[in-house]
Design a protein around this ligand. Structure first.
Ligand code: IVH
Length: 670
């Protein structure tokens, strides 16, 4: 009996904790514990519930995926109809709305609440005494589909509300949506599986919620923002703002960008500000919803037909448009990646003209089945490059041409290769001019060698004229030969030569970044420069040494090694060094000036008294040495501490000098 009581109490405690941390995470957006700690709470709760199934309740946080697949959705009647909104597309229409409201409220001061209009799908949820009991889609506004089991799987939908004295019945409304990034990932995975793609995050959210199997919904990353009160009993609130505040206290997630305005000018200002923010949000919005704050005023204003008189949606220009695919070409990037690109009949979308759109890779091209001549829906959301949503199949005439992905590089004709597990197809041609041009563009770019005036056009000319075959050639250019290039006068040549000269003194990190080693971005290059301090040491670094550097994992280490193994790259680095490009950087001030281990390979074994393994390795490096993990004929010294293992035996067998910690120390003090 005691044990049972204890278990019940612990279960209740864990549920309280989880509810609290959900609130911190989803509502306050300020978690107090790590994901691992949260998982720990869930794990313990699951354990206890497995042992004491009599305590499992439907509102337990473990019960997010319980339901079995349905054969169809039940229709349910909404306790109050879900209205829709009238739209305003211009500032005038927005101000006209305000005038109508003012007239009807006869001079009362009007406060508005302004909210981003989330581009998802409306859902209605009913809580009875704080417990989530039913959820439905909007449907026709009167009746929707019962999607309770699917809504339960969404982490930001509380299964139980927080706090005491919860109303006996509370219907809340909100927008279910999918973050753009989750949408991209979902589509990428679907393309890989050859499954049809979703056109946009809204369709992905709708498709995910209208799944008969809740386990499928659970696997999609959905989210909800709550924005309206529906039918309720036992709740006294005066303003919409208070409703939203109340939502937050009970654990219902509310959008953090919502504001209150006391004039239509402020409302208009918010609409413009939000439009500026639109592309940087993680989710799609299609406008701003403007609502009269006072609930009494709302009631007085009432509704006309399907929409309330107290609210309006200010709509932004669509981020989608239709146009025609005039051609599909394949571009070759710096790493040889082949990217299919659709050439479009230019069209205006969300304020700019779009004339090309990426098709990403062969999988996406196949999944979207875009053909030359197709009429397509394109979408430009967020900061991303415009994308083709899908072809409008009803517009096909039969004259469209299916594009076949090339099996040779369209630029150099070399073979292309697609490694297992990778989505990209690459040109493996060693002398591919496209790769060369892109590589040079990268080399000269702002974050790399920053060679002013050396842009893609000039680079293409240099490559076409055969003056540059790899980046090191830039430093050996003959100014006389540059005169033959179009638009290259004396002054431009002088400027270019000066810019190239200036780039020689860029810090080592930028030189490493400029090399264009696959997967080595600016941050990784900085870490590598910091750790190795010279190109020579980076070149000779072992896999283990590379992996010991922050940010450098398996794949990056592999990529560095294969880059450095390439004789062509070795020669290029050699020539960069000859030209006087930065190849090493000052040691930190306290570093020893004598470098008795310069060029030597050292293996550490056993426990040292004064240094950790990490510190000892640093020390060897500061003396100029290179640390490797296993003893071979190439090893110069083995440093042995207490309890050395087989490495010492092997060193003795091979006759490799063995040093003690003291020897190392003595060198340091020299
Ligand atoms: S309030 C009577 N607030 O827009 C007012 N709607 O065109 C009911 N929507 O069906 C809606 N964000 O799906 C409201 N912050 C927000 C919203 C919002 C998105 C959607 C909702 C509704 C549609 C109306």
């Amino acid at each position: 009996m005691k044990r049972l009581d204890e278990a019940r109490r612990e279960i209740e405690y864990l549920r309280e904790q989880i509810l609290y941390h959900d609130y911190r995470y989803y509502v306050l957006d300020s978690p107090e514990i790590s994901d691992a700690e949260y998982d720990q709470l869930m794990r313990r709760l699951r354990e206890l519930e497995a042992e004491f199934p009599e305590f499992v309740t439907p509102d337990s946080p473990t019960q997010r995926v319980g339901g079995a697949p349905l054969s169809s959705f039940q229709q349910v009647e909404h306790p109050l109809p879900l209205l829709s909104l009238d739209n305003a597309f211009t500032e005038e229409e927005l101000r006209a709305f305000h005038q109508r409201v003012q007239r009807r409220l006869a001079g009362q001061p009007i406060v508005y609440v302004v909210e981003p209009k989330i581009d998802g799908l409306a859902v209605s949820l009913i809580y009875e005494n704080g417990v989530f009991v039913r959820g439905a889609t909007r449907g026709d506004g009167e009746r929707g589909e019962d999607i309770t089991e699917n809504l339960r799987t969404i982490p930001s939908v509380p299964l139980r509300l927080r706090g005491e004295n919860l109303p006996p019945v509370l219907e809340v409304r909100g927008e279910a949506y999918m973050d753009r990034q989750d949408f991209d990932e979902l589509n990428r995975a679907r393309a890989e599986q050859g499954e049809p793609l979703f056109a946009n995050p809204r369709n992905a959210a709708a498709g995910s919620l209208r799944q008969l199997d809740p386990r499928v919904t659970a696997s999609r990353r959905l989210n909800v923002f709550f924005y309206a009160l529906g039918y309720h009993e036992g709740l006294e609130l005066e303003t919409h703002w208070q409703v939203l505040e109340y939502f937050k206290t009970v654990g219902l997630r509310v959008n953090s960008l919502i504001e209150r305005c006391s004039s239509i000018d402020e409302v208009w200002d918010f609409c413009q500000r939000m439009q500026g923010l639109r592309s940087s949000l993680t989710y799609d919005i299609d406008g701003v919803v403007v609502k009269v704050d006072s609930l009494a005023a709302q009631a007085a204003l009432g509704a006309t037909g399907r929409s309330p008189r107290w609210a309006i949606a200010f709509k932004y220009p669509a981020e989608e448009a239709t146009t025609v695919v005039e051609d599909i070409i394949v571009q070759v990037g710096r790493t040889g990646a082949l990217t299919p690109l659709a050439i479009l009949r230019p069209v205006e979308v969300a304020g700019s003209t779009v004339s090309r759109a990426t098709l990403h890779n062969a999988d996406v091209l196949r999944a979207k089945d875009v053909r030359i001549g197709d009429t397509v829906i394109i979408r430009k959301a967020g900061d991303v490059i415009p994308e083709i949503v899908k072809p409008v199949e009803s517009k096909r005439t039969g004259k469209e041409r299916v594009f076949t992905f090339p099996d040779r590089c369209p630029v150099c004709g070399a073979e292309v290769q697609r490694l297992p597990g990778e989505a990209v197809t690459r040109c493996i041609g060693k002398a591919c001019p496209a790769q060369l041009v892109e590589g040079l563009v990268h080399f000269a770019s702002r974050g790399a060698m920053d060679i002013e005036g050396l842009g893609p056009a000039l680079i293409s000319q240099l490559v076409e004229a055969g003056l540059v075959k790899d980046p090191s050639d830039l430093y050996f250019l003959d100014p006389g030969k540059l005169q033959a290039l179009p638009r290259m006068g004396k002054k431009s040549i002088e400027n270019l030569m000066a810019a190239i000269e200036a780039s020689k003194s860029r810090p080592l990190a930028r030189v490493i970044f400029a090399l264009g080693i696959r997967l080595v971005g600016e941050a990784a290059a900085r870490e590598l420069a910091l750790r190795f301090r010279s190109m020579e040491r980076l070149k000779n670094a072992s896999r283990e040494e590379l992996q010991a550097v922050p940010m450098i994992g398996d794949k990056i280490a592999e990529s560095i090694i294969s880059f450095m193994d390439e004789p062509q790259n070795q020669r290029m680095i050699q020539r960069l060094a000859e030209a006087g490009v930065t190849m090493a950087e000052e040691e930190p001030e306290d570093a020893p000036t004598v470098r008795p281990l310069e060029g030597k390979t050292v293996v550490l074994t056993g426990t040292l008294a004064r240094y950790s393994r990490q510190e000892a390795a640093e020390l060897v490096r500061s003396l100029g040495g290179r640390v490797t993990s296993s003893v071979s004929r190439n090893t110069d010294y083995v440093v042995a501490g207490a309890n050395p293992g087989s490495k010492l035996t092997k060193a003795q067998e091979l006759g490799i000098p063995v040093l003690s910690e003291e020897d190392l120390q003595a060198w340091l003090e020299e």
